[in-house]
Design a protein around this ligand. Sequence first.
Ligand SMILES: [Ca+2]
Ligand SMILES: [Ca+2]
Length: 612
Amino acid sequence: MNKKKSLFILIILIFSCLSYPRISIKKIEPPNWWIGMKHNKIQLMVYGEDLKGVSAVFNNENIKILKVHNAESASYCFIDVVIPENLPAGDYQLKLFKDNSQADIIFPLFSRDAGEKRYQGFSNKDVIYLIMPDRFSNGDTLNDTIYGFRDKLNRKSPIGRHGGDIQGIINKLDYLKDLGITSVWINPLVENNTGISYHGYAATDFYNIDPRFGTNELYKKLVEEAHQKDLKIILDHVSNHCSIDHPWLKNLPFKDWINGSIRNHLPARHHKMIYSDIHADSSSMKNVSEGWFVDDMPDLNQKNSFVSNYIIQNTIWWIEYTGLDGIREDTYPYLDQKFAAEWAKEILDEYPSLNIVGEVWTGNSLFLADYQKGNQLSVTPETNLPSVTDFDMRDSYYKYLTGTGSLYNIYETLSKDFIYPDPDNLVTFIDNHDLARGMFYAKGNIKKVMIALALLLTTRGIPQILYGTEINMIGGEDHGTLRSDFPGGFPGDSLNAFEIKGRNQNENEIYDFIKTLLKFRKIYPELAEGKLIHFPPEKGIYFYFKILNDQRIMIAVNDNDTSHEINLQKVFTQLGKTKMLKNISSGENIQLSEDTKIQLKQNSINFYKIIN
Ligand SMILES: [Ca+2]
Ligand SMILES: [Ca+2]
């Protein structure tokens, strides 16, 4: 071939490339949908090349395409699709066309799983066990380090990956069941291919489980196995931000996909009262809802309807895919609040029995209550959010355990419950994955921790216990050490605290105490679900009653270092015609007369079944 001819062919080739773009599809999100959902109108996000101006069709004309939206970047397009109810399940083909170029991708439509124990919700009948999955149990050492993923296994580093995973949690479901736990909240499991990734809050893929934790199929299996054992699973979901290493950041679908830009963004302010503050300026609200939580977690702009649709569908997708039972939504006040209300509404429309708790980190119940659904005092629009995290109560436990406060702080917090539309639907806790452990603050005062735990489990709300509480884990104030490994969960551990013989005396004391309380909650539902009547604590003595229909239990706390003999005259209005009290721990019966006194040991909490 002479030079002239080859140059001619080259020009033709270049010309044809310019005039006939080659469109391509890399992936589609959601990767599938289901037949028979209320949400039968979905918006597909297509990733590929040269997608501006494409037209789209399915290989089945019953799947209606309402609209194809161009993104600002040609690497994406969005397709509004209606899925008919009577379509057979199966793999359908989505075809995109542009000029002489064509690309296609399989879009499976599944039938819905009709299993009984799906989307159960959680309530004050439950006890939530919070697991940081990297730090609980390593059930598969083959996934500890994954080629192409930044953080490698490094158990020596408090902020490194330690190897815990979903298989590890599956392996310990019987342990949790035996302890008496009913629900498990697991910190986020989605892909976090970024630095310091063990905590899971920096997603680089919203539709895939991080391979160091397992696979999507394994997560589904976890939910199914949990359900078989009558345990529930709560998804830790993040709508507010993603990782700076999310592929979106290299090629944003729209300039306003995130709030601000990598170089120029507002830092998040933490004023949780900002939406209900009638004196607030709109720019202050923007600093909370549009600021970046940290510099390596870009704030997603839920005002962009494509972002908003993406997140709502993503949440529904995980619920439908696994059948999970509830959601803990991260950094709730930092979301665009109009979006947040829409998100909760859409989820609860599809799954009315589900419960959603928003993480609202403020110790002031007045502001917490404003976020709970149905608040008549609120000046902000309806949130549709059933539950919030009771940080006011947590702060009271903190004051009690550190000695900077007393039982009176706990009493006072409970006395403010009028502010909540539904105080029983608050998630209560002494500590969580972001806070130093109760035992750390109590400086090893095991009796104080036991009283706090008993109050947590028997006053009101949905109690949440951080993994390791039951074995007296202490940890430190920094994230790395408070999230220490559960002893025995990892290869080479010298002790196995999952077993009685691997725990020392103190550890077994706390373990047995929690297990007994969880058993009491099952035997005496009034402890879990009953109405609370309480008396102002005086001189470290706190009386309260839990009442469910005609079942009643009296609880007496002695927070003194000496034993006390107490005359029951003080609580006579609640005892009335009661003939006998039965100490449910010792089985001892106490016949009641006008001047009956009970003995309360030092630093003790005592439960008496009321027998008429
Ligand atoms: Ca592992
Ligand atoms: Ca935000």
